[in-house]
Design a protein around this ligand. Structure first.
Ligand SMILES: Cc1cc2nc3c(=O)[nH]c(=O)nc-3n(C[C@H](O)[C@H](O)[C@H](O)COP(=O)(O)OP(=O)(O)OC[C@H]3O[C@@H](n4cnc5c(N)ncnc54)[C@H](O)[C@@H]3O)c2cc1C
Length: 473
């Protein structure tokens, strides 16, 4: 159990007969803290903060979700949801009812319409695989193991995002169980307010059981990574920021400073080293200009260069995010006009000399991310030029050191900060930042839609948007 895990509820307040009665209405497992399978069921990729619900329903489909939501409402239990647990328990359920969707798997690609229907518990790697067979690609992100639904409805910054925009901008319809227990299929035509709010407001409006997405006609990309040594990290970050000032929308990239552990599973040149890692995805009908665009970065002499033409199905190798579960604390912000002064302010506090080892990731935004989508949604931050994430693993530092270090870094970055993005909110104090993930008028509209669909705030074990008129709205 990690240092930020909460104490488990030993005696569930729900009496055993009531639990047994619920189990007769649910096909999947219904678990209490007394069950052996409880711990495994509430575990996800992020192990730092886990839910400690009174009850877990391992849903097998929409009917289980409906029964679980109805039960929770009748018994006054707030509802939490867990997909693959990559952000798990950003706001941990301490009591309440947790619905897990890992049994709800499935992808159905429709090559004729260039779309896919994806079940709630599905990971990106399954969609990437199915779409590739039809010569198509989804707007997936850096890690293929991340869950499709949560990533997409939290905005979804992907490998192709400067070319096509946010993943949430390419959602056709959403199957969702709302607080009244109803299963609705929402789209631009059916429940348009709810459709607007779910795309950006994510888990505040119901439990999504499936989602219909656009796929893109992409099979091959020019992509990979450039690795630079520790002594050039500040110079490379500086050059990267200048490089991003004049790029076509077809180029999506990010840069990270990574402190690699001295671990045998890593290639020898990376073990125990601090590096700057530039991640490239160039996606266009003609990939030939990709090499010319990358040339200024190659002049800085990376010691590893893996950038080449590759199938989109190999896109997970570009960031090479660790696929194994781990405990981490992270902090995020959206930045505008980041520059050399900002880079130096950042590395004065968070460079290789810092007492707490950090991963610092700067993602280049803009391009089509800045355009409003064809069917409007609640996603904010369209005017930002970069997203920055600072991630610190709890195996390598104490939480009591990490949090103040993150606060100092973000205080130094304050002149460039213009907001947050929901998908990367993951720290303990994130609740106070939810509002800044949205345009002020959109946040107000979200609270009004919340009041219409979830007036009791049943779905509050999340980055919460309270109903209009309630405390905190
Ligand atoms: C290694 C890594 C790489 C990442 N890369 C990217 C990236 O490239 N781009 C990007 O935009 N984000 C990225 N993220 C962030 C990621 O998109 C979010 O953390 C996302 O919420 C993870 O979803 P999940 O299902 O995997 O996690 P979970 O922890 O299971 O879910 C996160 C939240 O989503 C809600 N949720 C889950 N399923 C449902 C559902 N069916 N209905 C309603 N609400 C639901 C829950 O409230 C839950 O708290 C990354 C995260 C990690 C850890």
């Amino acid at each position: 159990m990690s240092s930020v895990d909460r104490a488990a509820t030993i005696d569930p307040p729900i009496d055993p007969e009531t639990v047994t009665e619920l189990a007769t209405r649910i096909q999947g497992p219904v678990l209490t803290p007394a069950d052996e399978a409880y711990d495994a069921e509430r575990s996800g990729n992020q192990t730092a903060r886990r839910h400690h619900p009174d009850l877990i329903v391992g849903a097998t489909g929409a009917a289980d979700v409906q029964a679980a939501v109805t039960f929770a409402r009748e018994h006054g239990l707030p509802v939490a949801v867990q997909g693959t647990g990559h952000a798990s328990a950003a706001v941990a359920a301490d009591g309440g009812l947790l619905i897990t969707t890992s049994r709800m798997q499935g992808v159905r690609v429709s090559p004729g319409t260039g779309t896919a229907w994806v079940a709630a518990g599905t990971r990106w790697d399954q969609v990437i695989h199915e779409a590739a067979a039809a010569g198509l690609a989804p707007l997936s992100g850096s890690a293929p193991g991340v869950g499709v639904v949560s990533y997409t409805l939290g905005g979804g910054l992907g490998l192709l995002s400067r070319r096509y925009g946010f993943a949430a901008d390419h959602v056709r319809s959403i199957d969702v169980v709302t607080a009244d227990g109803r299963l609705r299929q929402v789209s631009a035509e059916a429940d348009p307010d709810l459709f607007w709010a779910l795309r950006g407001g994510r888990d505040n409006f119901g439990v999504v059981t499936g989602i219909e997405l656009d796929l893109m006609p992409v099979t091959t990309i020019y992509g990979g990574g450039l690795f630079f040594p520790a002594d050039s990290i500040t110079e490379v970050f500086d050059a990267y920021v200048r490089w991003t000032a004049h790029l076509p929308d077809e180029m999506t990239s990010s840069i990270a400073m990574i402190a690699f552990p001295d671990a045998p599973m890593l290639p020898p040149p990376l073990r125990g080293r601090y590096v700057a890692h530039v991640r490239i995805t160039y996606s266009a009908d003609d990939l030939r200009p990709g090499a010319d665009l990358v040339a200024p970065l190659r002049e800085l002499e990376p010691f590893i260069d893996t950038v080449k033409e590759m199938p989109y199905t190999a896109g997970g190798t570009i960031h090479n995010d660790p696929p194994v579960p781990g405990a981490f604390e992270s902090f995020t912000a959206l930045l505008h006009d980041f520059d050399s002064t900002g880079v130096h302010a950042l590395f004065a506090l968070a460079g290789p000399q810092a007492a707490v080892p950090h991963v610092i990731e700067l993602r280049h935004l803009g391009g089509r991310l800045a355009n409003p989508p064809a069917v409007g949604n609640a996603v904010g931050g369209r005017h930002a030029r970069y997203a920055i994430n600072v991630i610190s693993r709890l195996e390598r530092a104490e939480l009591s050191e990490i949090r103040p270090a993150h606060e100092r870094i973000f205080a130094a970055l304050e002149p460039w900060v213009v907001g947050r993005t929901l998908n990367f909110l993951n720290g303990a104090d994130d609740a106070k930042y939810v509002r800044s993930a949205y345009e002020p008028k959109d946040y107000q509209r979200l609270t009004e839609i919340k009041a219409a669909y979830d007036p009791e705030n049943l779905f509050r074990l999340n980055h919460n948007i309270p109903p209009a008129g309630s405390q905190g709205s």
